[in-house]
Design a protein around this ligand. Structure first.
Ligand SMILES: *[C@@H]1O[C@H](CO)[C@@H](O)[C@H](O)[C@H]1NC(C)=O
Length: 372
């Protein structure tokens, strides 16, 4: 008896022990009545057919120990020897684990000051509210952090020395089409309108855990910028920009397009069409370049992204946006080419996403807020 007890204890402690239940699966031909008769003969209850499996019955024995560590012998076990029973199996408890993304709390701490403001990553935290954390932490934990991926932002330039971008900045993924040189640094004047590219770059690839500002969704990605919106945009300028180092750059991200005024129907010109097609056929050494496009902000003007030939192109991946509460933002354009949606800004009482801002104005902004 002591030896038996020891076996039981060991089985439980090691966690490998099977637990036998007081439920049996039994195969008996001859119909339900026959099954009932055999069940009664050995003291079982017949709970009926197992799902849609003909001749298979679910038997239950109330005088057998539940969750026993081993199959107990007794008069009930004679059912296994009955010639009218084709097959019988005492059911064993199986370990089954729910497949949801589990976040490792030790991983989720980054020292960037805006980290805790990134509510769309912390949905599963206590006291946090948001609809979906988009599986960001789970993806990071599986190693999808942008490592070895090269992204470039086609826009008004990017601050390559920005403290939250410099470490991930890649000059080979950058070009200044407007200035015809290799430096995509934005041109700043009193109007400060060229901050868009830097913001887009921060959302993608702001450096993580550097005690500065924010964390990019692909914080280990190489990030570059193609400065092409700060000047006359022609078919040639667009085509050139979409074809820069196609074997080196994996993802071209564009958050611009024709005027979203609800009156314009426009799309890529002759050269740009060819650049997109060549990219998806030959780029990334034959895997195809990835062109990501913002769907448009003309919702208020009744604009429709189907009337935008860039976002509706079969060669681009169009991305739409949602508010914190999961609603369509006021500027949203709806159309069938949208592949995915992510958080952006919403109503005045909803939170926005966080990104890198033009660096030297940040100082002014914080001084101004202290003066208030
Ligand atoms: C970030 O840096 C801190 C030290 O400043 C460290 O304790 C923490 O583990 C780091 N987080 C990650 C995810 O590497």
């Amino acid at each position: 008896m002591t030896a038996l007890l020891l076996v039981v204890v060991l089985a439980v402690v090691s966690g490998h022990g099977d637990f036998f239940t007081n439920h049996w699966a039994v195969r008996i031909t001859g119909g339900h009545r026959q099954a009932d008769r055999i069940a009664a003969k050995y003291g079982y209850m017949n709970f009926g057919q197992i799902g849609s499996l003909e001749d298979h019955y679910h038997f239950h024995h109330s005088r057998v120990v539940r969750r026993a560590a081993f199959s107990l012998k007794g008069p009930h076990s004679f059912i296994h020897m009955d010639p009218e029973v084709e097959w019988a199996q005492q059911q064993v408890v199986k370990l089954r684990v729910k497949r949801y993304a589990q976040s490792d709390p030790s991983f989720t701490y980054f020292n960037d000051p805006k980290w805790s403001n990134m509510w769309y990553i912390h949905c599963n935290d206590k006291n946090s509210r948001c609809h979906s954390e988009m599986n960001i932490l789970a993806a990071w934990q599986r190693g999808y952090t942008g490592k070895n991926v090269v992204v470039t932002i086609l826009d008004d330039g990017i601050e390559r020395n920005h403290p939250d971008l410099a470490q991930n900045y890649d000059h080979l993924a950058s070009y200044d089409v407007n200035g015809n040189d290799h430096d995509p640094t934005p041109r700043y004047d009193s109007r400060n309108e060229n901050i868009h590219g830097t913001r887009c770059a921060g959302e993608v690839a702001a450096v993580a855990n550097n005690s500065h500002c924010t964390v990019g969704i692909a914080y280990n990605a190489h990030i570059g910028g193609i400065r092409m919106l700060d000047g006359d945009v022609t078919d040639l300028v667009e085509a050139k920009s979409l074809g820069i180092r196609p074997d080196y750059i994996d993802i071209y991200s564009a958050s611009w397009g024709p005027k979203d005024d609800g009156k314009t129907v426009d799309g890529p010109g002759l050269l740009t069409k060819q650049a997109l097609e060549q990219g998806i056929k030959k780029g990334r050494k034959g895997l195809g370049s990835i062109f990501v496009w913002a769907s448009g902000n003309g919702g208020l003007q009744g604009d429709h992204c189907s009337c935008d030939g860039y976002t509706s192109s079969i060669y681009t991946i169009s991305i739409s946006s949602t508010t914190e509460n999961g609603n369509k933002p006021w500027y949203l354009e709806v159309c069938s080419s949208i592949i995915a949606t992510t958080y952006s800004s919403g109503e005045f009482n909803e939170r926005n996403i966080v990104s890198t801002h033009k660096f030297h104005t940040r100082v002014l902004v914080s001084v101004a807020s202290q003066l208030r």
